[in-house]
Design a binder for this molecule. Sequence first.
Ligand code: PMP
Length: 294
Amino acid sequence: FHDRDGVIWFDGKLVPWRDAKVHVLTHGLHYGSSVFEGERIYSGRIFKSREHSQRLIRSGEILGMKIPYTAEQIDAAKEETCKAMNLTNGYIRPVAWRGSEMMGVSAQKNTIHLAIAVWEWPSYFSPEARMKGIALQWSKWRRPAPDTAPTAAKAAGLYMICTMSKHAAEQDGFQDALMLDYRGQVAEATGANFFMVKDGAIHTPTPDCFLDGITRRTVIDLAKRRGYTLVERAIFPEELAGASEIFLTGTAAEVTPVGRIGDLTFTPGEVCKTLMTDYDDLVNGRLTLAQAAE
Ligand code: PMP
């Protein structure tokens, strides 16, 4: 991914894509002091840009890293990068990390850096897999408790078990993995939140040890606008057998139906299809947030 034309916003300047490098003794690389965002631009507008910038700053604060830019400045930097890259539909990746001045677990004075890269990324899962619903493998890893890891932050270190889970799933012919939490409750996929339709209502786990996704909250608003009953609660894996539909939400995944979890199969249904269309209308400006929040 490093060998491309274009520019990356790096500590306040646009630099050639191939020159956006860090030193090997970067604290973020050795000790996981790194936080990031994933956002999308649709029809020339960054969806919920301010919320993502604020979440990035908050993730940094949770890790004790003060990102040296305001949400307004980060918003402007994202716009600048998209313009420079001529990107009107694609993905935006801001990342902040602790630099390389001092080496060791403690590096209190190291500079906090910020970079923003953008690229075209039409679909997280292949369109064919999305149509029939993606296949999820149960992960052998569990989301940690909030007093074991900074679970409210979008922190790089929390993705170690996500990559391991997703690699295992892909090697076994699945598209992604579904993770339980430390209590054995259904938590989330490796980069997307979980929803289940059962007995006419939509159920989603309470986000008390995993990311409360911006897409998750948006889809909850869209579901309520449609008059669906929405329940946030603890969901146990045994309950999945009785579900009529399962879907995932996330910036990259958008709204993606699930066709299989381990040995269980599901068929993408009306609720998921309705929310996929509403989400698409919302992000592309054919439906406004005020209408969505009604
Ligand atoms: N959980 C994890 C682990 C994620 O990486 C993501 C993607 N950022 C989400 C949930 C969904 O969050 P959002 O809707 O804000 O993209």
